[in-house]
Design a binder for this molecule. Structure first.
Ligand code: SAM
Length: 161
């Protein structure tokens, strides 16, 4: 992967924030969730807890993390629901996955780099939820405070950015 495509180093979202992020998007029956840079899968597992979400895709460039999550998914029998793509997200066409929900925990520079791709490839009704960092210059439809004052969650809808 080109070094400039790295969107953030690996840091896990806390379990309770992952649940809050998924809940904030108000999943509808049959929704598809994509986590960009899925790390050790915290947000993917939070997605599984929501009965409305039909399919979950984690895109992760680090092979060690992707393999660890794939192994765990098989162990707990979730391979029909969760798919891991061990890829640089810039080589994945998000419009083919066609998600209604996109989750990100990336840094400011990473969000700047991925923003045009989200604008080009996501449908108007797609909700994007970001842990801690605002996606500038988008306008969030909701800012959710968490127990950690420096870590709010920002909710966007592509037709209202
Ligand atoms: C801050 S971590 C977030 C992990 C997970 N989403 C969570 O919230 O627990 C960011 C992840 O993005 C991955 N990543 C960074 N750049 C990427 C890229 N271009 N394509 C795919 N994954 C990437 C990193 O390897 C890392 O695991």
């Amino acid at each position: 992967m080109k070094p400039e495509n790295l969107l953030a180093p690996y840091v896990s979202t806390r379990a309770y924030i992952a649940e809050l992020m998924v809940k904030a998007t108000n999943p509808k029956n049959g929704d598809v969730l994509v986590d960009i840079g899925s790390g050790e899968g915290m947000i993917l597992y939070a997605g599984v807890l929501n009965k409305n979400i039909k399919r979950i895709v984690g895109i992760e460039c680090r092979t060690d993390l992707a393999e660890r999550v794939e192994k765990k998914i098989k162990e707990i029998g979730l391979e029909k629901k969760i798919e891991i793509k061990n890829r640089d997200v810039f080589n994945v066409d998000l419009s083919e996955i066609n998600p209604q929900i996109v989750t990100v925990y990336l840094n400011r520079t990473g969000l700047e780099k991925i923003r045009p791709k989200l604008e080009n490839e996501l449908k108007p009704e797609t909700r994007v939820v970001s842990n801690t960092f605002k996606i500038e210059p988008w306008k969030p439809i909701k800012i959710i405070e968490t127990l950690y004052t420096l870590n709010p969650v920002y909710l966007y809808r592509m037709d209202s950015i």
